[in-house]
Design a protein around this ligand. Structure first.
Ligand code: IMP
Ligand code: MG
Length: 178
């Protein structure tokens, strides 16, 4: 299944299931090594991260908690720039090592908002791990500690990422074809 259609758009395969899974394993090993001996809170940003979070957390060999918050800033295929509601802050973050898990960092607005909240809530150490990163779209200067893949500035779906709600259940990641 190299080409797919979702609603009015066509997409072709960009990262296969195997490529994604081996990168996820490598990220999990690196994080487990870097944070060895620490008690870590993994903080996933829903909805897009649900598959990446499920896959990476099962390969993390640390004493870990996992929690999620929900926050959306995206409409169709272009970032609205507006940050919507933020729900689910029910963990005590004070003094903790937190690893923020993201499916994709685009402009970085979502990340900036989440990092701001974590600092207000006095996290001791904050690391950021994203499966995908669009360097050309990034407008912030917050360093990203762990990146799965740097990708061009085009729209992608699959493996948790959606196009107007569709495509999250795809095992591979697909790129919009013009
Ligand atoms: P940012 O706040 O601009 O960095 O956007 C981050 C959020 O927008 C991500 O967590 C995704 O939910 C969504 N997003 C950004 N780029 C894409 C894309 O190419 N496909 C699907 N969703 C995207
Ligand atoms: Mg997201």
């Amino acid at each position: 299944m190299n080409e797919i259609t979702l609603l009015d758009r066509e997409f072709s395969v960009y990262l296969t299931e195997d490529e994604i899974q081996s990168r996820v394993t490598a990220l999990a090993e690196k994080i487990s090594e870097d944070l060895k001996g620490q008690d870590v809170l993994f903080f996933g940003i829903l909805n897009g991260v649900f598959l990446f979070a499920a896959d990476i957390i099962r390969q993390i060999s640390l004493n870990a908690h996992i929690s999620f918050i929900k926050l959306a800033s995206y409409d169709g295929t272009s970032s609205t720039g507006k940050i919507k509601e933020l729900i689910g802050w029910n963990e005590d973050i004070t003094g903790k090592t937190v690893v923020v898990l993201e499916d994709i960092v685009d402009t970085g607005s979502t990340l900036e908002r989440v990092i701001g909240e974590l600092k207000l809530r006095k996290a001791a150490d904050i690391k950021i791990c994203t499966l995908l990163f669009k360097p050309e779209a990034y407008t912030k200067d917050i360093p990203i500690d762990y990146i799965g893949f740097e990708i061009p500035n085009s729209f992608v779906v699959g493996y948790g990422l959606d196009y107007d709600g569709y495509g999250r259940n795809l095992k591979a990641i697909y790129k919009l074809t013009k």
